[in-house]
Design a protein around this ligand. Structure first.
Ligand SMILES: Nc1ncnc2c1ncn2[C@@H]1O[C@H](COP(=O)(O)OP(=O)(O)O)[C@@H](O)[C@H]1O
Ligand SMILES: [Mg+2]
Length: 249
């Protein structure tokens, strides 16, 4: 496998809780890979460790064979590893277009001129237009996040994460609170991103949608990897069945 992301032995303990236990895993280049597990399994902590929003106790993270675990989170993002958050992190006082620009400033792709927003110029303007168009958000470009529908807000969050044209995007619970139709609206956009060369790691506890969408799945439980395989393999795995049916907790 041509792995774009290689994770070895990642661990994190919070006091008495082993939130992530010696997790090793690869993500193939161009893949749409899933990470599932019940609430509290350690999925968000895992994303935080990979993106350096939190520091691992042990382990290494390599993106395109370059170490990420020694870098601060903004450098990890600049290196091409982007994420979305379980909780909305759009800047509430900025329009959708300004949110994209802020991401570019933070990522070092745009000039920051004090606290003023001088408006989008050149490449940033082009990239913003492209993203707004791609996510069908052009009519909302000047709206504040609070004025957006749930679905439009989620699309804006993904657009913001893609502002720096990352190599790999990790999405933490992107379908939370969505109907099936809304989930598949977002999935259509993600599939189009995949065609454009983006690698994705989707994190969700919605088994049904994840089984349908992901090419390969990792399953976490109590901080550790419980299973890995194609959706059919995971569906037939007795350990996974036990955890999801609550036979073993
Ligand atoms: N900052 C923290 N401090 C203490 N415990 C935490 C912290 N973050 C997560 N945990 C604990 O780690 C475990 C995994 O949490 P989390 O990664 O959020 O799981 P998931 O995203 O799969 O629902 C839980 O038991 C949670 O309470
Ligand atoms: Mg979580």
């Amino acid at each position: 496998m041509d792995a774009i992301l290689q994770i070895e032995n990642l661990s994190k303990r919070f006091g008495g809780v082993e939130a992530v236990k010696a997790v090793s895993f690869d993500v193939p280049r161009g893949g749409l890979v899933g990470l599932i597990g019940p609430n509290g399994a350690g999925k968000t902590t895992f994303v935080n460790l990979v993106t350096k929003h939190d520091s691992p106790d042990t382990g290494t993270v390599m993106l395109d064979a370059k170490p990420m675990h020694n870098l601060p989170s903004f450098k990890v993002a600049r290196a091409g590893l982007a994420r979305t958050y379980q909780k909305n992190r759009l800047f509430f006082e900025e329009s959708v277009a300004e949110n994209l620009r802020t991401a570019m400033i933070w990522g070092g792709a745009a000039k920051h001129e004090g606290l003023r927003y001088p408006g989008l110029q050149g490449r940033e303007e082009e990239r913003t237009k492209e993203l707004l168009d791609f996510f069908a958000l052009t009519p909302q470009r000047d709206s504040l996040p609070s004025g957006l529908s749930h679905l439009h807000r989620r699309r804006a969050e993904v657009a913001q994460a893609l502002a720096l044209a990352p190599k790999l995007l990790m999405l933490d619970e992107p379908f939370a609170g969505f109907s099936r139709d809304e989930a598949f609206d977002l999935i259509e956009h993600l599939r189009a991103c995949q065609k454009g060369g983006l690698t994705m790691l989707l994190i969700d506890h919605n088994m049904e949608v994840m089984m349908e969408v992901c090419e390969y799945l990792y399953v976490m439980h109590h901080g550790a990897l419980l299973a890995a395989g194609t959706p059919n393999e995971v569906r037939a795995n007795q350990d996974v069945i036990n955890v999801y049916l609550g036979a073993e907790t």
